[in-house]
Design a protein around this ligand. Structure first.
Ligand SMILES: Cc1cc2nc3c(=O)[nH]c(=O)nc-3n(C[C@H](O)[C@H](O)[C@H](O)COP(=O)(O)OP(=O)(O)OC[C@H]3O[C@@H](n4cnc5c(N)ncnc54)[C@H](O)[C@@H]3O)c2cc1C
Length: 370
């Protein structure tokens, strides 16, 4: 079913994990969907790569089951102190971003989603309430057709119309900016945080995600395969991955001698806010709709839940707003609170408090994992 007068029912801007999840939901709802993504192949990104149990459950609902390494819980560590919580129900999984991307993209293609290699550069609402996007394309496998002038180079700009647009274009969402939906961060610049990630070729030594707290940054370690471990470091502007590891002798000793696998990737500033999640036929979904921090590692779970909610409420933007708030409430409250503690003098008390209050620590982990 395609709404009359448009090229597709739904245009998904951004073929990251949330955009692909949204495409899967669209196909399940019988909607035609085009996913526009500028990057080719299996897309990589700075990410801790921990899929919480809730994220894994949503993936399974789409018949997506990427290989990885079991994650049985979360361990906060500072010097000799640690607070360990093992998930009470289903476990999570550490999955390489490229593996996750390949599995989602394959399933989306199987279900008939159209992948378009390109970048959305402009967006407008048409008088009939549908949307028109300018897509700067590479060699496009489907609509829009490049103009004759562009055919020689295989690139071009063309208009693609859709009944709805799901903006899944990430932390620094161009669509959010184009539509004026960006909200200023509440934090002063000094509290802004950034993320870095590198992989190491070695066998995982733990089935818990270890979060090592240095004086100014957190390094969290996720096993993603039988011979591969990811280390993501979160901290203020200028945080250096090796310098952070040098402050964490227990973790540095584990990694000593292991070969780095691939480059260091970075992301940030992490805190991003949107004024609202809907404008006309456009919905902001995933990181594009706002992001708090990676400290609690459940961006994917929350993004997948938003993708499901966005497709279920396409006809009713107010309902999406309510569903978005419900899907992100725990994440916004608990992660903001933890980041506030992590960026204040209370920081050094976080791990000792978690160790002293295992019931509270466990309840927070359970709440964020589902
Ligand atoms: C350091 C770090 C560690 C993290 N650790 C975890 C973790 O352990 N577990 C977890 O669940 N989450 C984690 N997260 C969060 C998680 O990575 C994000 O929540 C997730 O990637 C959001 O997916 P997304 O599809 O919304 O955005 P993205 O993955 O950023 O995808 C957006 C896509 O949009 C595309 N795009 C951008 N502009 C355009 C345009 N103009 N036109 C078309 N396409 C466009 C981009 O190329 C990109 O592929 C972490 C984040 C960071 C930074």
């Amino acid at each position: 079913m395609t709404v009359r007068g448009t090229d597709t029912d739904v245009l998904v801007v951004g073929g990251g994990p949330v955009g692909l999840a949204a495409a899967l939901e669209c196909r399940r709802a019988g909607l035609d969907v085009v996913v526009v993504e500028p990057r080719e192949g299996a897309v990589d990104k700075a990410c801790g790569e921990g899929l919480m149990p809730g994220a894994l459950a949503l993936l399974r609902s789409w018949d997506v089951d990427p290989p990885g390494h079991v994650l049985a819980g979360i361990s906060y560590r500072q010097g000799p102190r640690h607070a360990d919580h093992r998930f009470r129900g289903a476990v999570g999984r550490g999955v390489r971003r490229t593996t996750l991307h390949a599995a989602l993209a394959e399933r989306a293609a199987d279900l008939g989603a159209t992948a378009l290699h390109g970048r959305v550069t402009a967006l407008r609402t048409r008088p009939d309430g549908t949307a028109a996007a300018m897509v700067q394309s590479g060699r496009a496998p489907g609509p829009p057709e490049p103009s004759a002038d562009d055919a020689a180079t295989g690139t071009g700009t063309a208009e693609l119309t859709a009944r709805w647009v799901l903006a899944c274009d990430g932390l620094h969402s161009p669509v959010r900016r184009l539509l004026g939906l960006e909200a200023a961060p509440r934090h002063p610049d000094a509290r802004r945080r950034f993320g870095l990630r590198r992989h190491y070729r070695l066998a995982p030594w733990d089935d818990l995600v270890e979060v090592h707290w240095s004086p100014s940054a957190e390094a969290y370690v996720t096993p993603v395969a039988e011979d591969l471990v990811g280390v993501a470091v979160l901290g203020p502007r200028g945080t250096d991955l090796d310098a952070t590891l040098a402050e964490l002798p227990e973790l540095a000793a584990r990694l000593a001698g292991a070969a780095a696998d691939g480059p260091v990737r970075g992301a940030g500033p992490l805190l991003q806010r949107s004024r609202r999640r809907s404008l006309g036929p456009v919905r902001l979904v995933g990181d594009a709709s706002g992001y708090v921090d990676a400290l609690t590692g459940e961006g994917l779970r929350v993004g997948f839940a938003q993708a499901r909610a966005a497709v279920a409420t396409l006809e009713d933007p107010a309902q999406y707003e309510r569903a978005w708030r419900a899907a992100t409430r725990d994440y916004r409250l608990l992660t903001s609170g933890l980041v506030r503690a992590a960026t204040s003098p209370v920081r050094r008390a976080v791990v000792p408090a978690a160790a002293r209050l295992p019931g509270v620590y466990g309840a927070v982990v359970e709440r964020l994992a589902r």
